[in-house]
Design a binder for this molecule. Structure first.
Ligand code: NDP
Ligand code: GDR
Length: 359
């Protein structure tokens, strides 16, 4: 038995995020010891993984968290030396595209140089042969449309500081694979969502607003570009793909996508339909509104502050390679994803509304 088959120890950066939480749970279920890196914060930031946590004093717990940051090389090297992971999933990132226009330098530091720091840590510690490395690459790399559907050979044309930082991370991963023989792979993942998606990404922003409008907690949903099209899947399916990428015979780069695309407008209509409301669009441009026939009120308005300086208009992925080589397939249909997200947000909104009434 070689070292890898005896030990199954994963290190997840960004464990407190959407994908980190799903992946940690999935790997624990497979029998891994999972170590996660969390950032120091003045308020609690582990809500997505609290259900996985057990007191380490009990011994032999499958899930452990460590303080760390992608901008801190010495911290990353020390953690890698202590943990000696057999698999690293580099999910940590300043992952919000719009925010990257506000904080481009930090985004480059965490998302681009952060990836380099981890790869260098592997090299400094001589772990090239014992550790497999997964890089969370993104469909944002495709940016300005060059070809549809987008696949592994489609040229990149990043359209935000986030995407440019991720472009560096993509290529440094390829370079370390080629230069040092590391098992380092990119998953080029198209958008994937879930009930624990960050509240400021458009899908969750919509489903949360629908639930809050339905329960009377909120009146209006403000959005930016309704025409942008995305290939939306479920995070639960996509983390399984990440794991498969690291179990392959050879390191390689794979697109994970559903192969379908929908506009933000489609998402809004379907989410409101989940609570029995039909949105009727009136007006044009920034004056456009979404009128709800059930309440006779405007429920959607455009706020230009959500427009991006450069936008990605159309994403639709071709997942043929990962299906043929690794057998991965997106399982959750779009309508089911929207239904699940609205249902979870409704539960949360009702709890909040009831709490308010009982005070
Ligand atoms: P989230 O934004 O939900 O999670 C990001 C994670 O990174 C959080 O745990 C966050 O910590 C952590 N983080 C941010 N900055 C740092 C830092 N400087 N040091 C350490 N940790 C940091 O993202 P997702 O889970 O949605 O995405 C996971 C990865 O996949 C990201 O790299 C993202 O760019 C990429 N990706 C995501 C896609 C998607 O559709 N979800 C598609 C393609 C790629 P905290 O909780 O403290 O903020
Ligand atoms: P994206 O996701 O930029 O694709 O990046 P996001 O949900 O933020 O935007 C999708 C599209 O919706 C439009 N949009 C709005 N977006 C937000 N956030 N808020 C709004 O009010 C709004 N109105 C319209 C956007 O302009 C955009 O076109 C996500 C992240 O998870 C990245 O980390 C990941 O790499 C990519 O998906 C794949």
């Amino acid at each position: 038995m070689n070292e890898r088959s005896k030990r199954r120890v994963a290190l997840i950066t960004g464990v407190t995020g959407q994908d980190g939480a799903y992946l940690a749970e999935y790997l624990i279920g497979l029998g891994y010891i999972v170590h996660g890196i969390k950032r120091r914060s003045s308020s609690f930031n582990t809500a997505r993984v609290d259900h996985l946590y057990q007191d380490p004093h009990a011994g032999n717990v499958p899930f452990l968290m460590h303080y760390g940051d992608m901008t801190d090389s010495t911290n990353l090297i020390r953690l890698m030396q202590q943990i000696r992971p057999t698999e690293i999933y580099n999910l940590a990132a300043q992952s919000h595209v719009a925010v990257s226009f506000e904080s481009p330098e930090y985004t480059a530091n965490a998302d681009a140089i952060g990836t380099l720091r981890l790869l260098e840590a592997i090299r400094i510690l001589g772990m090239e042969k014992e550790t497999r490395f997964y890089q969370a690459s993104t469909s944002e790399l495709y940016g300005l449309v060059q070809e549809v559907p987008q696949k592994e050979t489609t040229p990149f044309y990043p359209r935000s500081p986030y995407a440019v930082a991720k472009l560096y991370a993509y290529w440094i991963t390829v370079n370390y694979r080629e230069a040092y023989g590391m098992f380092a792979s990119n998953g080029i993942l198209f958008n994937h969502e879930s009930p624990i998606r960050g509240e400021t990404f458009v899908t969750r922003k919509i489903t949360r607003a629908v639930a809050r409008i339905e329960t009377g907690l909120e009146a209006t949903l403000y959005l930016g570009n309704l025409e942008a099209k995305r290939d939306w899947g479920h995070a639960r399916d996509y983390v399984e793909g990440m794991h498969m990428i690291l179990q392959a015979d050879r390191p390689d780069d794979f697109v994970l996508a559903t192969g379908e695309t929908r506009s933000v407008r489609d998402f809004v209509e379907l989410a409101f339909a989940e609570v029995g409301r039909k949105v009727e669009w009136r007006g044009k441009g920034v004056e456009e509104t979404g009128f709800d026939e059930k309440s006779g009120r405007i429920v959607v308005r455009i706020d230009p502050t959500y427009f991006r300086p450069t936008e990605v208009d159309l994403l639709i992925g071709d997942p043929s390679k990962v299906r043929e080589k690794l057998g991965w397939k997106s399982r959750t249909p779009f309508a089911q994803l929207v239904k699940e997200m609205v249902a979870c947000d409704l539960l949360e909104a009702r709890r909040e509304a009831n709490g308010k009434h009982s005070i």
